[in-house]
Structures are given as C-alpha cells and as structure tokens.
Design a protein around this ligand. Structure first.
Ligand SMILES: Cc1ncc(COP(=O)(O)O)c(C=O)c1O
Length: 415
C-alpha cells in the first residue's frame, strides 16, 4: 500500500499535472473567464452538474467552462486545502464572510432558529443579528460549557415553537480566544435533527486551522475559514473557504455559482503559493506567541492574558483544548490595567508590531476589538463575553521573538 504523505508534503504538487501545462513546475495562472469545450455534449454535462440538475457520476470529472463556476487555480487550491481538514470537499470564496454567509444561507431557512456560540467575529455577528432576522431566521446564544440538558431546556423555554436549522460556532473565538466544545455542539445538533431535516454544525476555524485543529474529527460538518488570515498568510489577499462532505460542499458550491462569490484565479493562485509555507508560518507564530504570552503574564500593566497556552489545568476549558488543538496558536488577547485610554496608549507606542485589524499574516498586528472589529456588536454582549475597552488583540507573526518582546514590553511600559 502506498504511504500517505502529510499535507505539508503535498502542498507543492498535489492535484497538478505539469504535462497539462507545458511542463511548468508551478501551477500557472489561468487568467481566463471562459474555457473552450471539446464538444457540445461536454458543455451540456458541465451545466447540468453545475446547476445541480444532476449529481456527478462516480469518477466523472467536471469539465472547465466558466471561471465563476470553476477554474484550474480554484480547483487545485481547493484540492490542496482539503488535505489539511481531511474533508471530501472544499469551496473557496472571495472572502471569509462570503464563505460564512453562503454556508449559513444554504444550511438554514426562513422561520427557523440558529444556535450559536459567542462571541463571534463582528461581521458574522452582524449577519446573524441584523441580516437574517429580515428572513425571519432567529438566533439564540448557547454556552457549550453548560450541560447539554440545560442548553436544550433554554431553547425549549425561549423558542418553544421554532425548529432549529443550524448550530454555528467559532472556536477559539475572535477576539477573546474562548473555546467551544465541538463534540457537545454536535450532540446539540443531533438532538434537534429530524429524519427529514439534519441540523448541521458549522465552525469558524480561522484562528487555529487548518494546521492546529481538524474539527471534522470532533463532529463538525462544515469547517469555515477566513483564508485572508493564516491560509493566505501574507496580508495580501482576501479569501474564504468551506470544507466538509461532498454532499454539503456540493450544495454550498451550487449556491456559490449563483451568488458569484468564488475566489478569483489570481487569489486562488496566491493561496497555492501560501499553502506551501502554511505549517512553517503557523508553527513559528505559535512559538513566538507562547514566549510573548509568558512575558505579558507578569507585566505590571497587564491585568489578564487570554492565551490557550495559559489556560489553567483545572479549568473545564483545559480538557477541550487538549482534545481539539495541537498547539496554543498565534493569537493572544489581553486586558491592560485601565480602559480605552491605556489600551490606545499601548497601541500607539508600538513600532515593530503594526496597528491594524486582521490576523494570521507574517507580520505581527495589534488592534482594539471593542472599538474596531467588534464596534458593531451589542455592548452588553461585548461586556458579558469579556470583550471590554481594556482588551487588546495581538496576532503574532514570524519575526524574531526577542524583537517582538522588546517592542511589546517597551510599549506596555509607557502606559
Ligand atoms: C474569525 C474570523 N472569521 C471570519 C472573518 C471574516 O473574514 P474576511 O475578512 O476574509 O471576510 C474574520 C475577519 O477578520 C475573522 O477574524
């Protein structure tokens, strides 16, 4: 039996035949909107599959037709991304929000309820709180650290008549690094599934995936990414991804055809470049972050550090972290002593670390979630989820750890 290589070994060549592209060692950029069919039958087969009029037969590969539907750069990047999550299917999008909203729209329907963890990325929160209610899709927050029984009771008490259509979670959550139990979320989805309607679990795995966490192993049905972050990794592209079974991804891809929000050939090509160094980059940023978190912990102007590597062994989260994650990752948030004034002072005095939103790039970034990425989130939700005005979020890059520590500590000293 042929030995299966690790994903990092496959990122340079998987799903690409150089002989189909003049021997080019690297995947060329297929900057074209349309493709020439061999014959009319091929054109017919393509559109019948793309529009969901029939399923693809076993071993049937879909021909290329039009870059809103498929393109070699898009497809090869999807094939490679799948390897990390060990998923059957993957769909790349033009942004993380496109991946999230298209998946939610496909898996939910009017007059139903979404059960979700909190906090969520500000854009996702806005979509669930402000956009979906227009289609009479309601939402209820649940805390996965509570018992399954108490979550079910809460739903039955607050929304007795409404059918659950989706369990949506984000773990570790942006920006607090709080953890959601994927297995319990799956049990919750199973409880509300019926013979006719399966309730899916979708998880935003942007902070840890795909290298340090494979949520499908714990029961997730769809794994979502802002590929703008670690997957893209150089802060030079905006993209998103959804990974899951063929069944669910082909549904999501069909909706993508009509939303027209696929990743472009150039974005997909950049992602192919980025995937080659994904593991190296994520490991280095996690190594740097562990050192920085240790220093922050003992600084006089820091109140609390929220970092997976510092979670106490006796907390309920610890076991879940051990189960779900193979590293504490590269994201740190911490509360400065004081409030917005002190947090801004810290941010304004950084030099090497740039003051910017986004995360997962080669360079370290710092931001103030309360007034920036999560400005739109309800104030009560922010406060109850530990996202106050003193919170600062750091995305640690791949610079020299000592240089980063000097910059961060010098800036903290100025408060
Ligand atoms: C956890 C998380 N999910 C989703 C998104 C949205 O991704 P994008 O900006 O690529 O649309 C972000 C963006 O910051 C994020 O941090």
């Amino acid at each position: 039996m042929k030995k299966k290589n690790k994903p990092e070994s496959e990122m340079m060549g998987y799903a690409y035949d150089p002989q189909l592209s003049e021997g080019s060692a690297k995947v060329p950029l297929f900057q074209t909107s349309t493709f020439v069919f061999k014959n009319a039958e091929e054109g017919k087969a393509h559109f019948h599959i793309a529009y969901g009029l029939r399923e693809k037969a076993e071993n049937e590969s879909m021909s290329l037709a039009y870059s809103r539907i498929n393109n070699p750069n898009l497809e090869i990047a999807e094939e490679r991304l799948k390897l990390w999550d060990k998923s059957e299917g993957c769909a790349l999008f033009q942004s993380g929000m496109a991946a999230i909203t298209t998946t939610i729209l496909e898996l939910t329907k009017p007059n139903t309820l979404i059960l979700h963890s909190s906090p969520l990325y500000g854009g996702t929160d806005h979509f669930i709180e402000e956009v979906l209610p227009k289609y009479n899709i309601k939402s209820m927050y649940f805390d996965s650290m509570k018992s399954l029984k108490s979550i079910i009771e809460k739903k039955n008490k607050e929304f007795p008549e409404i059918e659950v259509s989706l369990v949506y979670i984000e773990s570790p959550a942006n920006p607090t690094n709080s953890i959601v139990d994927i297995e319990k979320s799956k049990q919750l989805a199973n409880h509300f599934s019926t013979k006719k309607d399966k309730v899916y679990v979708a998880i935003d795995n942007t902070f840890m995936g795909p290298v340090f966490s494979q949520p499908i192993d714990h029961g997730a049905d769809v794994v979502l990414y802002s590929a703008t972050k670690y997957i893209g990794g150089h802060s030079d592209l905006v993209a998103g991804a959804a990974c899951g079974s063929n069944e669910v991804i082909s549904r999501i891809k069909t909706l993508r055809v009509f939303m027209g929000n696929m990743a472009s050939p150039f974005t997909s090509w950049l992602i192919l470049r980025s995937l080659e160094t994904l593991k190296l980059r994520m490991e280095k940023s996690a190594e740097n972050a562990s050192k920085i978190a240790e220093k922050l912990k003992s600084h006089k102007n820091v109140d609390k550090v929220h970092y997976l590597g510092l979670v106490s062994k006796d907390s309920p989260e610890y076991k879940i972290i051990q189960k779900q994650y193979s590293s504490p990752g590269g994201m740190i948030s911490f509360d400065v002593k004081g409030g917005e004034k002190e947090a801004f002072k810290f941010l304004d005095n950084l030099n090497l670390v740039k003051l910017a939103v986004s995360l997962g790039g080669t360079e370290s970034l710092a931001c103030h979630p309360y007034s920036m990425t999560h400005a739109d989130v309800n104030v009560d939700t922010k406060i109850s989820m530990g996202m106050g005005e003193s919170l600062v979020r750091l995305s640690i890059g791949i610079e020299d750890a000592d240089d980063l520590i000097d910059d961060i500590i010098c800036s903290l000293d100025t408060i």
